[in-house]
Ligand binder design. Sequence first.
Ligand code: G
Ligand code: G
Ligand code: MN
Ligand code: NA
Length: 250
Amino acid sequence: AEIEKILREAIKEEAFKLVYQPQICTFTGKIVGFEALLRLRNHPISPTLFISVAEETGMIIEIGRWVTKQVINQLSIWEKMGYTAKPIAINFSAKQLNDLDYIAFLQNILKEMNVDGKYIDIEITESIFLDKTGETIEFLNKLKALGVKITIDDFGTGYSSLSYLTFLPIDKIKLDKSINDKFLELKNVKIMDSLVSLAHSLNLEVVAEGIEDINQYRRLKIAGCNYIQGYLFSKPLEVEDAEKIYYNNF
Ligand code: G
Ligand code: G
Ligand code: MN
Ligand code: NA
């Protein structure tokens, strides 16, 4: 209840902010985009905790819209600053599927701020497909009609019936840290190689997240993984720091 109160006030007082974690092309070492991650400015409450409260209370709908608008605004600011446009990934909770006007909202903001939908990458977890799959696919198809990219986040931690990869309108899978830690060990690494090949054979790109170790990075390169994200390259950054690294990484 305490966190709920903090969130209600944060919505009113613009007390949320986004930090941006770079995503790196495994082969060029260049930044190809960012993931936006939500933070409370004045409270050190863990995002995992306050996001779950936001989901339980339904506040995630309003907060999710704020995040979306903020990201599109950031894309437009960076474009005006002359930076080469790079996509920003947004995390999207299953609960936000109940936000039936989200698509129209997104379309309006894109138009208003003159940003192309292809610079938005929506991350959803695979558990989103546990129920109402038909409706979910319809929602994702509407997003795709705006040019938006779809990524399966936390891949390997949910129900992972691999068959869903063949019929969902998705562009990318994001391997969870736990998967990377396990399948980059020497004795298991063939599984990583196969996972990446499987994804590629389905025309899906692969991002590995939570990469902290240079040897993991080297091995992912051998496996053919497209992108990496993790503390090895950078932690999530304040806007100003993201701008510095962005500028120096053309
Ligand atoms: O940095 P990290 O501690 O931000 O993220 C913790 C969890 O919160 C992750 O599961 C992440 O996906 C989720 N998360 C972070 N930002 C957002 C957001 O803007 N919206 C949603 N729905 N989840 C988010
Ligand atoms: O669930 P999702 O993948 O959206 O959340 C990403 C989470 O992973 C965020 O909490 C982010 O801060 C965290 N993160 C990003 N890079 C690393 C890393 O290299 N190591 C660890 N332990 N966490 C990371
Ligand atoms: Mn994510
Ligand atoms: Na994840």
